[in-house]
Each structure stands twice: as C-alpha cells, then as structure tokens.
Design a protein around this ligand. Structure first.
Ligand code: SAM
Length: 239
C-alpha cells in the first residue's frame, strides 16, 4: 500500500483512510496522548469552549471517532449525534461512553460527503481532526451547510501550517522522524502514522481553508490559530 495519496483514485483514498482508522482504533486514544504530549486534550477543551454547546442543542459531531469532542459537549447538556465513517472507531467510542455513564448520545455510521440527515437538522456541526481525511472536502463542507439550521454554527479543529518562524522546521522534523517511530512503538503500526503526517502536510493552509468555508455558503468565516497555526479552529455561520 502506498501512503502518499496523490497518486490514488478518490474511492481508493476513502478505502485507505478506512483501513488506517480500522487498524488504529483500539490504540487511537493512547496514541493521541503519546504524539501530542497530552496537548490534544487542551486543544479539544479550547475548541469546545468556542462551540459553547447549550442545553438541548442538537449538535452533529462529524468524524467523531472515539468521542472526545462529543463527550465534552454532552457533559454541557447538548444532544450530540456522533457520526463517523468507521465502525471500529465508533465501537471504541460507544464502549468509552458506557464506561463514562454517558448514555444520551446517538451514534451513526456516516460519510461526511453524503450525509443521510435531512436539511436543517442541527444547531451546530463540529469536526475535529477529521476533515483532512475526507476525500472531497468541498462536498463535505456543502453537506455541513445543508444539515445546519439557519443561524447554525460550523466549527472545525484541524492541524494546519504554523506561521511561527523556526517552529515549522522543528515540527516537520518531529513529525517526519518521530511520529512514525512512536506509531511503531505504541501502536505497532508505522505506515498508518506516516499516512496521518502526510495528510497533515497536504491540508490547505489557513487562508485557503477559510476561503473554502466561505465557498460552501458560510458567512463570517474566521480562523483562530493555536501555536501559530500548527492547529487551527475554523468557524462560520449559516444564515
Ligand atoms: N474527532 C475525533 C477526535 O478528535 O479524537 C476523531 C478524529 S480521527 C483523527 C479522524 C476520524 O475521521 C476517524 O474516526 C475516521 O474514521 C473519520 N473519517 C475519515 N474520513 C471520513 C469521512 N469521509 N466521513 C466521516 N468520517 C471520516
């Protein structure tokens, strides 16, 4: 399998991403801590502070995986639907929810590009570390817009490109050399983590992605960089 995906057809990319997450599902949470030194927890906390989930709001957590974002929002009283293309990731998420005593969540197997939900169903749509894995990103953004109510909010947390001088070089060296090694040691899977790093490198930079959100129909698209944009929170409104 080649993990540089420039040369693969769209349907192959979708399958490849499926294989990667099926392989990493069981060790996904421990790997996030290992690779980010626990920092992903702070980024997720910051993300959910921006979303400001309210009691009784219907929120779609797309590419919700093992539930990190969904659990934070459910604890604040939102009615959360966790949707993900990968049943292995959802399976791990459901187990975790049970252990945490969070029983109000809905779990759905969905492709972000072709959602089965009707129009104008949700007050907010969140997607964390998910959009870069989607094959047709503009299509997924249009679907996000479609399923949101008027006045609905879109939030995306994703790795991006840091603009801090010097930091980018350090990060590139870390990600290309160390991340696959950590993947090998902790998850016994070097290739999957090579893919994940490659997908981060290929993701559009902050101004480009912000423009894509506008093109999907959202207004007041904005971006909040974290660590100079190593990670970024993009958001927009449906009016
Ligand atoms: N949001 C979770 C988090 O922050 O921990 C999980 C993020 S995980 C890095 C990426 C998730 O995106 C995986 O669970 C994967 O199955 C999902 N995914 C990839 N392509 C997708 C698609 N086209 N539609 C829906 N989910 C997708």
């Amino acid at each position: 399998v080649s993990f540089g995906y420039s040369e693969v057809a769209p349907e192959e990319k979708t399958k490849m991403v499926g294989d990667v997450f099926a392989r990493v599902a069981q060790r996904y949470d421990i790997m996030n801590d290992a690779m980010s030194g626990g920092m992903h927890r702070l980024w997720k906390d910051q993300f959910v502070r921006r979303v400001k989930p309210r009691q009784g709001e219907a929120i779609l957590d797309m590419a919700g995986g093992t539930g990190d974002i969904a659990f934070r929002m459910a604890k604040q009283g939102a009615d959360v639907t966790v949707a993900d293309i990968n049943p292995s990731m959802l399976g791990v998420g459901m187990e975790r929810a049970k252990k945490k005593g969070l029983d109000g969540l809905l779990w759905a197997e969905e492709n972000a590009e072709t959602l089965s939900f009707g129009d104008k169903q949700f007050d907010a749509y969140t997607i964390a570390f998910g959009i870069r894995n989607v094959t047709d990103i503009p299509k997924a953004l249009r679907e996000a817009h479609r399923v949101l109510k008027r006045g609905g909010r879109f939030y995306c947390l994703e790795f991006s490109t840091t603009t801090w001088p010097g930091f980018k070089e350090v990060y590139d060296a870390y990600s290309h050399k160390l991340v696959p090694q950590i993947g090998k040691l902790v998850a016994h899977d070097e290739d999957s983590y090579r893919y994940l790093i490659e997908s981060i490198r290929r993701f559009p930079d902050m101004p480009t992605f912000k423009a894509m959100i506008g093109e999907a129909g959202f207004v007041q698209a904005k971006v909040e960089p974290i660590l100079g944009g190593l990670v970024a929170i993009h958001s927009g409104w449906k009016i």
